[in-house]
Design a protein around this ligand. Structure first.
Ligand SMILES: Cc1cc2nc3c(=O)[nH]c(=O)nc-3n(C[C@H](O)[C@H](O)[C@H](O)COP(=O)(O)OP(=O)(O)OC[C@H]3O[C@@H](n4cnc5c(N)ncnc54)[C@H](O)[C@@H]3O)c2cc1C
Length: 456
């Protein structure tokens, strides 16, 4: 399928914004590689080499890498830290690797709760699978509340020189009249922020991308998940636990329930489903969670009396759910780019990884001396994402279609969970945890299949 590149123009800007943008304020070719200057009396706080919108994992990571490369970065976040983000709080070895690459300290003594692997329950079976010790990935995962986690990453970016502005909600892009390129953003309070490039790291809804004409793709999977926290004796479980038995009447649903111990007296408990099930839009997620938890042993404490937070939900945009990943001066990362793994619903590792790739591309692009050269580099970003994830995500789309059929889901759960070899294979496939080079027969098989599968 060919990607729909939205036409240049000023799609969502109201007329008063159009009037507020003086023609010709786009970055000048001759300035490329130089520090952002302060034209037209704008204050220092309003201009940078790169404007990043959203300080979730993707936004903080891309900002960190750009600042480390010597660029001046303004990171705009609508909330004030610490702030809540609806999440399972689970980090696989893939995410641990990405955090380590950023130099984020992860000591157990500082609340980084390590886990040994996955416990999978379903179809009458129960199996514990340790994360494999590999040269490409560490043999452990982590759990960390997003209240802490996102703040830690944002402060880490600040330490690298990023200028973070909290309480700054971006409302619209600033576009160059002549070219239709984004040259900055306007915030709710009217302030304008200009940069040579803008990064949309504003999460699943990505209003900035939408304002640039980049909508979610209907042909890509989407997950919906709800979660809450309970005081529970299971709070220090050293396995991430996934339950495959989510029933809607007699129909086995495509998704899973999770129980992740937080190590602080509570467990993060939730359910997530894919949009490939027949009744996707009609499912009452809170009720599904309640019914599933009613099947748990009472001593685990997952009762209303022990619930410490409201039940909250959000969507998981999967398998390149929004494309193109670069257009007209706007670079998409993380959930804004629809980067969630369709096999397992993991999004943090892919937010961090896409941020690193984007930062590498942007750094090279801004060092070019012509607009044409810069554009050539920026156009390589979607290709690099496709090379890294395209085949795997195509396989993921086939997988979500298959498990959307209750008969397949039933068969896979019933016959898979009881077979350790099948589950070890599944863990590598679903977690995208293969050695990047060499490895065992399973690694080589999965890498070859991913490479051969077209990145559509
Ligand atoms: C219920 C649930 C459970 C999940 N569990 C897991 C899990 O266990 N492990 C995992 O890896 N992934 C999980 N995910 C997915 C994961 O949460 C996301 O993939 C991840 O947060 C993406 O990071 P991001 O930085 O791209 O976006 P976000 O984390 O959404 O960050 C976006 C940031 O942009 C800010 N922002 C938005 N709009 C604006 C604006 N207009 N102006 C300024 N700032 C703005 C927001 O305030 C936010 O800080 C889960 C998702 C859900 C819904």
């Amino acid at each position: 399928m060919t990607e729909q590149v939205p036409p240049a123009g000023r799609p969502d800007l109201p007329p008063q914004d159009a009037g507020a943008l003086p023609h010709g304020n786009a970055p000048v070719d001759g300035e490329i590689g130089a520090r952002a200057s302060v034209p037209g009396g704008a204050t220092r706080g309003e201009i940078a080499d790169v404007i990043v919108v959203g300080a979730g994992p993707a936004g903080s990571a891309v900002s960190f890498y750009l600042a480390t490369a010597g660029l001046d970065v303004l990171l705009l976040e609508k909330a004030h830290f610490p702030r809540e983000k609806v999440c399972g709080d689970g980090l696989t070895p893939r995410a641990v690797k990405a955090l380590t690459a950023m130099g984020v300290p992860l000591p157990e003594t500082d609340g980084w709760l390590r886990n040994k692997g996955l416990r999978i329950i379903g179809g009458g079976g129960r199996i514990e699978l340790d994360w494999p010790e590999m040269s490409s990935y560490p043999g452990y995962g982590l759990v960390r509340s997003r209240i802490d986690f996102d703040q830690i990453l944002a402060r880490h970016a600040e330490k690298a020189g990023v200028r973070l502005l909290e309480g700054t909600a971006v409302t619209s892009p600033l576009l160059d009249d002549r070219t239709g390129r984004i040259i900055g953003v306007t915030a709710k309070d009217g302030r304008q922020f200009r940069g040579r490039l803008v990064v949309a790291a504003d999460g699943n809804s990505s209003r900035l991308s939408v304002a640039m004409g980049l909508h979610k793709r209907e042909d890509r999977p989407l997950g919906v998940a709800v979660r809450t926290y309970y005081s529970s004796p299971r709070h220090d479980d050293d396995y991430l636990e996934a339950w495959l038995d989510l029933w809607d009447g007699t129909c086995l649903l495509p998704g899973y329930g999770w129980i992740f111990g937080m190590g602080d007296g509570t467990s993060n408990v939730g359910v997530g489903l894919l949009n490939t099930s027949a009744g996707f839009g009609e499912i009452d997620y809170r009720d599904l969670l309640r019914r599933w938890l009613a099947t748990m042993p009472a001593e685990w404490g997952f009762t209303e009396d022990n619930r410490t937070q409201p039940v909250r939900g959000a969507a998981l945009p999967m398998a390149f759910n929004r494309t193109p990943h670069y257009t007209r001066g706007l670079v998409l990362v993380g959930d804004a780019a629809g980067m969630v793994n369709p096999f397992n619903g993991e999004g943090i590792a892919y937010a961090l990884e896409s941020a690193e790739i984007a930062a590498r591309v942007i750094t090279q692009a801004l060092a070019r001396t012509t607009a044409a050269g810069r554009e050539l580099v920026l156009q390589s970003y979607p290709r690099q994402l496709k090379d890294a994830y395209g085949g795997y995500y195509t396989l993921g789309r086939i997988f979500v279609e298959l498990i959307g059929k209750p008969s397949f889901m039933k068969f896979a759960t019933k016959h898979g969970v009881k077979r350790p070899a099948v589950m070890r294979f599944s863990m590598k496939l679903l977690g995208n945890l293969t050695e990047t080079r060499g490895g065992d027969a399973v690694d080589r098989l999965l890498n070859a299949v991913s490479k051969m599968t077209p990145a559509a």
